[in-house]
Design a protein around this ligand. Structure first.
Ligand code: ZN
Length: 142
């Protein structure tokens, strides 16, 4: 448990100090802003999709550590994937936050799996899911 917690803190810190994907995307052809008013988080996802594949992706925005790290880890995962693969990850992530994902599914999320404990922190759930819901909306899936 303690190891898990420090891993969680380490990942959140790392993605906030050195976000890999927090930047504009040249030639982005899909873009959507998501907001979480209860915390003041906002994220604009920017994707460049060609032949159903996410060839480039980034985000800009502001908010708490969880919302920003979650967006950064999500883009790590979906970059280079097809729309369906990306939506499948979003589905697993949202299941994980509800405490319904299997261990195998959580492992498939790689670093984003570190956010599994958020399911026990109701006040932070909206922060963690913001970017993933925005991704679903961007692809027009509810
Ligand atoms: Zn937040």
């Amino acid at each position: 448990m303690e190891n898990n917690r420090s891993f969680y803190n380490e990942i959140l810190t790392e993605h906030n100090i050195n976000p890999f994907h927090k930047h504009e995307i040249e030639g982005a052809n899909l873009e959507l802003r998501g907001v979480n008013p209860s915390c003041g988080d906002e994220i604009t996802l920017k994707l460049k999709v060609e032949n159903d594949k996410i060839v480039d992706a980034g985000y800009v925005g502001d908010g708490c550590a969880i919302s920003q790290a979650s967006a950064d880890m999500m883009i790590d995962l979906v970059l280079g994937k097809t729309k369906d693969e990306a939506l499948n990850y979003a589905n697993i992530f949202l299941k994980m936050i509800k405490g319904e994902a299997s261990l195998e599914e959580i492992e498939s999320l790689e670093e984003a799996g570190a956010l599994q404990d958020i399911s026990h922190m109701p006040a932070r759930v909206k922060c963690a899911v913001l970017s993933w819901h925005t991704l679903e909306e961007l692809f027009d899936v509810e």
